[in-house]
Design a protein around this ligand. Sequence first.
Ligand SMILES: O=C(O)CCC(=O)C(=O)O
Ligand SMILES: [Fe+2]
Length: 348
Amino acid sequence: MAKVAKIPIIDISADSEQDQRQVAKELVEAAVEHGFIYIKNTGKDIPVEAVEAAFELSKKLFNAPLAEKQACAYQSNNRGWSAMHYETLDPKNQRVGDFKEAFNFGEFINGKAQQPIPASIAEHESQISAFRDLCYNMCLKLNTLLGIGLDVNPPDFFTQAHKTERGASGTILRLLYYPPLPQTSATAHDVRAGAHSDYGSLTLLFRLRGQAGLEIRTPDASWAPVPVSPPGTEADPAPPILVNIGDLLSYWTNGLLRSTVHRVVFPGPGGGLVDGETDTEPRYSMAFFCHPVGTTPLAVVPSERVRKFRAANEAAAAQDGERKVMTADEHLQMRLRASYKQMYSDKE
Ligand SMILES: O=C(O)CCC(=O)C(=O)O
Ligand SMILES: [Fe+2]
């Protein structure tokens, strides 16, 4: 069996203030060291049934007639449906685009999508909105814990920056469908999602037991599979929610919190297949990419630990004088342009 990624499993359901501080410290250490954290799914923050129902909806969406999906094609606002091979997450190393379909939901207003959605799932609009809200609230909680763990003053510094009442953000709920490779395929080197790091502050990733594919880049520059349900979580009602730090939060904390490169592959029998997982079946996953409100300036984080890290990192410190403060929106635009060249090239 492949050598799997060592990612800490953390239970954030603690209620008492003292337990919360401890959890916050653990979360920060995991974010600094690995950039990935398994959050035990106790069903308290996001009910297990809500996750299951969202996966059912996702299957319905990708099974919808092609014309319905095409009518909601991906737009430069980062919303909508992207077809097989449309997105290329690792353009330097991929000959063809990712072997996947995806559907991005941007922000909803009063339970209503602000984008076309396929007719087959239109009656479930409020369910999608409610699931998005659950993810958003969990991200607020994680942001608060990170603030506490980093001794940011005030501790809700990151949380406030994400409050939707302050304005629009680039936050996206993304449903993903990775079909199996055709049996006679000559495309054995197809990558389901090329190597990349995520763009926003935090990502929540939901996966289904038995469905292989996700790998992270380890500090020694090899690839390690990330089991859906690591040891100790097999009996939980649902696999843990995988959380990772995105580029924006890493940038904001001067690289203290790590944004780890990852990819989705067909590991194959000789590769990194984890026991009990397969890559010959269709694979579904759901990612919630959380972003601060677009106008948030990514200025200095009021935390002694972040400040000290910057001081220790001389190269970053040397750039301080020149570093123009970017907003969250500017940061996102910079990243999107690299992944969707075909969409932006005619506009430059
Ligand atoms: O499907 C997965 O497991 C991960 C997808 C991913 O990394 C992404 O969409 O950014
Ligand atoms: Fe990702």
